[in-house]
Design a protein around this ligand. Structure first.
Ligand SMILES: *[C@@H]1O[C@H](CO)[C@@H](O)[C@H](O)[C@H]1NC(C)=O
Ligand SMILES: [Mg+2]
Length: 268
């Protein structure tokens, strides 16, 4: 009787806490942390930070990732703490790892034509390199975009690698699939972008495609146009990965697309 009650209680607690989160957190983050830690999440559907200020920040983030929410300018002010914890607390890395695991499994299953024509398109910001050091000191996306301060940060060339993406990048090279960087960064930022990528351990890319200075087109227009040029030149885009929907929309998208998380900003 007592055992059955206890079992029911444990089941209830696990269901309430969100079994996926609890199991994942317990497995991933800390073998030695007490179980209670996994049952009292700070973020996610059961966490205080998800509800803070009456703003359901976790629902907001899901709407952003699913592309239900579009053309948004800033993170809701009340969600600064939530987004900060998401980005820095391990959840962002964990979500990125799931995306990359899928991408690696897909790439490993590909049958290549043997002529070296297969390419994989990588976005740069928040995909290959992280601007988190900038956003961590600028409100995690709650403040309007400031081109002056952001470009000054880019020109430092100090953006750290996103390790999960680099794992995919290195895997593709080992498989014989050629990486192509395709970025909304402008041509005048080529030298610092190359330096930053190299410093962070990237090498062996086939092309680095940047936007011409003063180019007037949407991100989708620019990026799909560049992908079309690759296809017209005989390349096969087997994969395409980015943090924005505008990285992966617009034909030719690539045979398969992968969306990395980004709750900090929106590029249309
Ligand atoms: C944008 O950043 C620059 C450089 O840090 C700063 O001087 C300026 O005040 C900022 N603009 C706004 C609107 O915050
Ligand atoms: Mg990006």
């Amino acid at each position: 009787m007592e055992t059955a009650t206890t079992a029911r209680l444990v089941l209830l607690v696990v269901l309430v806490a969100g079994s996926a989160w609890a199991v994942q957190a317990a497995a991933d983050e800390s073998q030695k942390a007490p179980l209670i830690h996994a049952l009292r999440p700070m973020v996610g559907s059961a966490g205080d930070l998800g509800r803070r200020g009456g703003v359901p920040c976790d629902s907001w983030r899901l709407a952003v990732e699913a592309y239900n929410k579009r053309d948004w300018r800033t993170v809701p002010a009340d969600c600064e703490g939530y987004v900060g914890h998401y980005m820095l607390g391990g959840h962002y890395r964990r979500d990125s790892r799931v995306v990359v695991n899928e991408a690696v499994a897909y790439a490993e299953g590909l049958k290549l034509g043997g002529k070296g024509k297969e390419v994989w398109v990588f976005d740069i910001d928040e995909t290959s390199l992280s601007n988190l050091p900038y956003y961590a000191t600028h409100g995690f996306g709650t403040k309007p975009y400031n081109a002056t301060s952001f470009n000054a940060y880019v020109l430092e060339g100090s953006a750290p690698v996103l390790p999960e993406t680099q794992r995919l990048y290195n895997k593709l090279i080992a498989l014989g699939i050629k990486p192509v960087f395709l970025t909304g960064r402008t041509e005048d930022q080529r030298a610092i972008t190359v330096a930053n990528l190299r410093r962070q351990g990237y090498s062996g890319w086939m092309k680095l495609l940047l936007k011409p200075v003063g180019f007037k087109a949407s991100a989708v227009g620019f990026k799909s146009g560049e992908r079309k040029k690759l296809v017209d030149a005989g390349y096969v885009i087997v994969g395409n990965i980015g943090d924005q929907w505008s990285d992966i929309l617009g034909a030719p998208e690539g045979a398969r697309t992968f969306k990395l998380p980004d709750p900090i900003y929106y590029i249309g």
